[in-house]
Design a protein around this ligand. Structure first.
Ligand code: 13P
Length: 287
């Protein structure tokens, strides 16, 4: 059964580790992430962007697929199904469809409007036991056509959103989605420490987990990050493994064209990446 992200993040915050959010795109992705979480006895958050939701058909289809896999694969570790970077309307659609967690990304609105919309979603989601993530200071890079400039969140604004009682807060600290440019300045740890001081106990979320050096990940966790989002890295390792299979001509041998074979190496590559991240984030055996 899907659970809200609240309890797993409170445990992570108190235990000084982070729960990974791994974005899913299809059945193979979802199965790979769920099986890896179960094998490593780790809590996990399945992230679904609005674009990925459309790609998979409908939010209802996503909920049906995930619930079916939880039951059929006998997944017993805590799993949250979370809308990633949702719009106001998208958040309500996922609440209706049966997601157990939603992100409302109001970072592109003026803070007053972000607060007003966040407040409404928090009240309506909490009434159904659904956790909520809100964002202050847009995350840089491009994700599903949403382009952010990579801001450092304003500390006072973080406190205003945290004071609404949101479950977890994503605050920009120089992180960006996708691969980091070679001249990236790194995470702004001073800003992270200031934000943490102003929001107290609030579990913080680090987006753009792909390509952040291990030592920075560990430092971010020590400063209050309890959830880390990873998307691009699974896409890269999946693509590399699939490319290798095809370049080796394996799709042309026997029934190597069968999708159950063709997608096998990519599936295993996602599992390996997810396990590496769970080890790094410290969530192994924390279910
Ligand atoms: P990456 O694609 O950089 O791993 O970021 C994922 C993310 O933050 C999803 O919200």
């Amino acid at each position: 059964m899907l659970v809200s992200a609240k309890e797993m993040l409170i445990k992570a915050r108190d235990g000084k580790y982070a729960v990974g959010q791994f974005n899913i795109n299809n059945l193979e992705w979802t199965k790979a992430v769920l099986l890896t979480a179960q094998e490593n006895n780790s809590p996990v958050i399945l992230g679904v962007s609005e674009g990925a939701g459309k790609y998979m058909g409908t939010y209802d289809a996503v909920v049906g697929m995930v619930n079916g896999l939880l039951k059929g694969l006998k997944i017993t570790v805590p799993v949250a199904l979370h809308l990633d970077h949702g719009s106001f309307e998208g958040a309500y659609a996922c609440i209706e469809a049966g997601f157990s967690s939603v992100m409302f990304d109001g970072s592109h609105y003026a803070i007053e409007e972000n607060i007003e919309k966040s407040k409404k979603i928090i009240a309506d989601a909490f009434a159904k036991g659904i956790s909520v993530e809100c964002e202050v200071g847009s995350i840089g890079g491009e994700e599903d056509g949403v382009v952010g400039a990579g801001e450092i969140a304003d500390t006072a604004e973080c406190k205003q959103i945290a004071d609404l009682g949101v479950t977890m807060l994503a605050a920009g600290i120089g992180n960006i989605h996708g691969q980091y440019p070679s001249n990236w300045a790194g995470l702004a740890f001073d800003a992270l420490a200031d934000i943490k001081k102003s929001v107290g106990d609030m579990p913080l979320v680090l987006h753009g987990g792909t390509g952040i050096p291990d030592d920075m990940i560990k430092k971010a966790i020590s400063l209050g990050v309890a959830k880390i989002n990873v998307n691009t890295e699974c896409q890269l390792t999946f693509a590399a493994a699939t490319r290798e299979y095809i370049l080796a001509g394996k799709d042309l041998k026997g029934k190597g064209y069968d999708p159950r074979k063709l997608l096998g190496p990519g599936f295993e590559a996602i599992k390996t990446t997810v396990k590496e991240k769970m080890d790094l984030f410290g969530s192994v055996n924390k279910a």
